[in-house]
Design a protein around this ligand. Structure first.
Ligand code: PLP
Length: 361
């Protein structure tokens, strides 16, 4: 049996060498005589696994010592609440940039805890473009500015980090973290659900500037206080041990790929191949997203004739190209081409697309 090319948006493809390594170590991790799944999270072996994962992530992203790295649960969706709970810090208002489905959910959750100022919205373009920063109405007294660097559903990605002055910048990087180099010092807080570019679902990574911790809204559960997790090295309760181990293997793999600079080169090339195929199809395939903000990670496209959607998916599946159906809210197709999608997968997809267009065009 051979592995297919999985273009799913998440949980998503994992690097094959990581799966092989995990398979090798599944029943017994090194000389411990047990699986990582069976270890105490407070034992020497697991503490070593967690420390290694954190150290490698810090190295990849160049995370300064003034930032905490937290391994949490609850997905990016819980961060939609934890961010306002922890970062309003006595203020009542935060700025949000609305660029699509995920920022919409972050906004809805934040409204439960404070006032949300929509400083900019891509609504006028049907969320196919990012409003130009000189039109943003940022509030200099806002507690923080939240944005979604890559809208996983719409395929809209910021080609820049917004300049928001002294107000802490918060980013939901679930579907773009580790895809290219990043200056962490530009951010107050970064969060990401693991299941797109980090590892298995069940783990959420939070990178937060230390001075923002310790002033959560009163009356909130202890589990929603970043400071508690930071003070306990993410072991206030039992952390998602196996996903942390898997994430560590992915971080090792990324280092071996030339780190984030190496990934950026590959990701840009992969995305270029796919967008080039769409553009070169004479309108058979269409990508609705403005050229300047097309995602390197999630590529949505429609077929000129929607009646061909079903045959496209069926024939793609037969060719070993799976999970290409677009999100239910937008239809059409979406190819997610995260770090772990090999270049051969994108080449196979583009060859299939050209061949399909030839036969049906
Ligand atoms: C997938 C995704 C989420 C939701 O993540 P969960 O881990 O399912 O809560 C939120 N934001 C973005 C940008 C995503 O891609």
């Amino acid at each position: 049996m051979t592995r297919i090319f999985n273009f799913g948006a998440g949980p998503a493809v994992m690097p094959e060498p990581v799966l092989r390594k995990a398979q090798e170590e599944l029943v017994q991790w090194r000389a411990s005589g047990m699986s990582v799944m069976e270890m105490s999270h407070r034992g020497k072996e697991f503490l070593e696994i967690a420390a290694h994962a954190e150290a490698t992530l810090r190295e990849l992203l160049g995370i300064p010592a003034t930032y905490k790295v937290l391994f949490l649960q609850g997905g990016a969706s819980l961060q939609f609440a934890m961010v306002p709970i922890n970062l309003l810090r006595g203020k009542n208002r935060a700025d949000y940039i609305h660029t699509g489905e995920w920022s919409k959910k972050a906004i809805a959750e934040a409204r439960r805890f404070g006032e949300v100022n929509i400083a900019a919205s891509g609504e006028a373009s049907g969320f196919t473009d990012i409003p130009s920063p000189d039109t943003w109405r940022l509030d200099p007294s806002a507690a923080y500015v939240h944005y979604t660097p890559n809208e996983t559903i719409g395929g809209v990605e910021f080609p820049f980090v917004p300049d928001v002055g002294r107000v802490p910048l918060v980013a939901d990087m679930s579907s773009t973290i580790l895809s290219r180099p990043l200056d962490v010092t530009r951010f107050g807080l970064i969060y990401a659900g693991a299941q797109k570019n980090i590892g298995p679902s069940g783990l959420t990574v939070v990178i937060v500037r230390e001075d923002l911790l310790g002033k959560p809204l009163p009356g909130m559960p202890i589990m929603l206080d970043y400071a508690i997790h930071a003070a306990n090295d993410s072991m206030y309760n039992t952390p998602p041990t196996f996903p942390i181990y898997m994430a560590g293997l992915v971080f090792d793999w990324l280092k071996g790929q030339g780190g984030l600079a190496g990934m950026a080169q590959r990701n840009e090339r992969k995305a270029g191949l796919l967008y080039g195929t769409i553009e070169g199809s004479g309108g058979f395939y269409v990508c609705p997203v403005a050229k300047a903000c097309r995602s390197w990670m999630n590529v949505p496209f429609t077929l000129r004739d929607a009646r061909l959607d079903e045959p496209f998916l069926k024939e793609a599946k037969a060719a070993g190209l799976l999970q290409l159906k677009g999100h239910r809210s937008v239809g059409g197709m979406r190819a997610s081409i995260y770090n772990a999608m090999p270049e051969e997968g994108v080449v196979a997809l583009t060859e299939f697309m050209r061949e399909f267009a030839r036969r049906h065009g």
